[in-house]
Design a protein around this ligand. Structure first.
Ligand code: FAD
Length: 463
């Protein structure tokens, strides 16, 4: 074990979920032997975070196994891991087009840092970072335990913010501890949201033996589409109309999908072919166009882009066919609690009429919050309070430059503080799923390794 004093530079990563772990692994492959990588995680296990800490076998990845490698330059890394670890877990993954439980993926990420080269340069601190402040020689971090540490560069990988329970008087957060366990098996429920969070909650309830009716409501009543094994289609950057208005882009994607269908392909190939270009499409949109996209196209994009595993779609379809799950396009006009019942009025889209329902509980399945300004995370709170970070354009994620360096309240780009993962989606849009996160981690690792090298060379010249 190398002593911390042996290192001349140090990179701190706050958050050891998927993003923090993959970044640590990428950094260990890039930085010189005199740099220490410090990964700070408050949970017991590294790599799991909110998404991959579930042990519900129905909570499957929504990305096929063949596209979930932690490393951009080793696309089969996860698939090969599955071949070596799968049978012991009772899971099979015969082809790259299979969808394994998210808990299994968490196990893969937990083990990632054990097999990585230069692991003697990694220090894991199991603690909560409660304060981040700029210091003369770097970034100073304080922990809940009372310890502190100064690092040369700090990366915020604090990830998916969980909505606080009882966000409104009416609804409960299905991810909060104990919420689903308290629901009676025959209870009628109202779910606000019809996306992947609702699907997760419905599957968890189903597994617990819930047999009551669930009414899932969103303004458009859109359910995520289903994955299918489709032929990959390559879209050349030269053929992408970067900078075009959202209305044009929507027509362009529709036409491509229609042509693909006529030629015997699947519309999913068209959507998937956009993946390498999505961040650039977003970046080249004006703020006004981004705002239009969020208002009009986001719900459609979410359901075609973030799809359900086929097995999950079958389960959901069965529940709908049995009348146990009803997906409704409506908005909630009112909800009143009387004793242990809630009476809610829904204004049904298209039918222009109100329907009144009585339910035992309301589950808020509206997904992850956009604006980190309202974060309860003390590390993020401390940075906002000191004006060292600000929210990104349209109040989604943090404001950053192209290299993931945060921008402070005065508009200055930090040379020491960076962010990755869901915190960066206002700037990159698609930075939540692993295929995007691993590219981001590889790029940021290169940027940080370069900075440390330059700093070292400057020091040598000065000396
Ligand atoms: C329910 C769900 C399902 C998903 N399914 C998929 C999928 O199938 N495929 C896919 O590619 N993507 C999926 N995603 C997207 C997913 O968000 C990302 O893939 C990834 O988990 C993001 O990782 P992260 O490390 O940035 O954030 P998180 O997973 O949220 O991890 C952040 C970590 O930081 C720690 N932390 C935060 N603040 C502090 C602090 N102050 N001090 C110390 N530790 C701290 C937290 O404890 C946590 O472990 C899913 C997301 C959700 C929410």
């Amino acid at each position: 074990m190398i002593k911390p004093e042996a290192f001349t530079s140090r990179i701190g990563i706050i958050g050891g979920g998927a993003s923090g772990s993959v970044l640590a692994a990428c950094l260990l492959r890039r930085v010189g032997p005199d740099t220490e990588i410090v990964l700070i995680e408050k949970r017991k296990e590294i790599g799991r975070g909110l998404a991959f800490s579930t042990w519900d076998p129905n909570h499957l990845l929504n990305v096929r196994a063949g596209n979930m490698s932690a490393y951009a330059d080793q696309p089969d890394h996860f698939y090969e891991w599955l071949q070596n670890h799968g049978p012991g877990h009772g899971i099979g993954c015969p082809t790259r087009f299979c969808f394994v439980p998210r808990g299994v993926y968490g196990e893969y990420l937990s083990g990632l840092l054990q097999d990585v080269p230069n692991s003697q340069q990694l220090r894991i601190i199991q603690d909560e970072c409660v304060n981040v402040a700029s210091a003369a020689n770097g970034v100073s971090l304080q922990f809940a335990s009372g310890d502190s540490l100064t690092v040369d560069h700090c990366v915020l990988a604090t990830g998916n913010e969980q909505r606080p329970p009882l966000l409104t008087e009416r609804g409960e957060n299905p991810w909060a501890a104990g919420v689903l366990d308290r629901i009676e098996n025959d209870a009628t429920l109202l779910a606000i949201g019809t996306g992947l969070t609702m699907v997760d909650a419905v599957l968890s309830l189903y597994r617990r033996g819930h047999r009551g009716k669930i009414i899932a409501v969103s303004r458009r009543g859109l359910l995520p589409h289903t994955h299918q094994m489709v032929k990959a289609h390559k879209l050349d950057a030269a053929d992408v109309p970067f900078g075009a208005p959202v209305s044009f882009l929507t027509r362009w994607v529709r036409q491509m999908a229609q042509t693909a269908t006529k030629e015997g392909q699947d519309w999913r190939s068209t959507i998937d072919s956009l993946r390498p270009h999505t961040q650039e499409l977003w970046k080249r949109m004006s703020l006004d166009q981004r705002s239009r996209f969020l208002r009009h196209a986001r719900p459609w994009w979410n359901v075609v882009r973030h799809r359900m595993a086929p097995q999950i779609a079958d389960l959901i379809e069965n529940l709908i066919a049995e009348g146990r799950l009803r997906v409704v396009a409506a908005h909630i006009v009112d909800a009143k609690r009387e004793g242990n019942k809630i009476t809610a009025s829904l204004f049904l889209r298209g039918e222009h009429k109100t329907e009144t329902i009585t339910v035992a509980s309301i589950l808020e399945c509206t997904g992850l919050p956009d604006d980190p300004r309202y974060s309860a995370n003390p590390a993020i709170v401390s940075l906002y309070a000191a004006g060292q970070i600000r929210s990104g354009p349209l109040a989604i994620g943090l404001d950053l430059d192209d290299r993931c360096a945060v921008i402070d309240a005065d508009g200055s780009v930090s040379t020491r503080l960076f962010a990755i993962g869901p915190l960066t989606r206002g700037v990159f849009w698609e930075s939540i799923a692993l295929p995007d996160i691993r590219n981001q981690c590889a790029s940021l690792a290169a940027v940080l390794a370069d900075r440390l090298n330059t700093a070292k060379q400057e020091l040598q010249v000065t000396n």
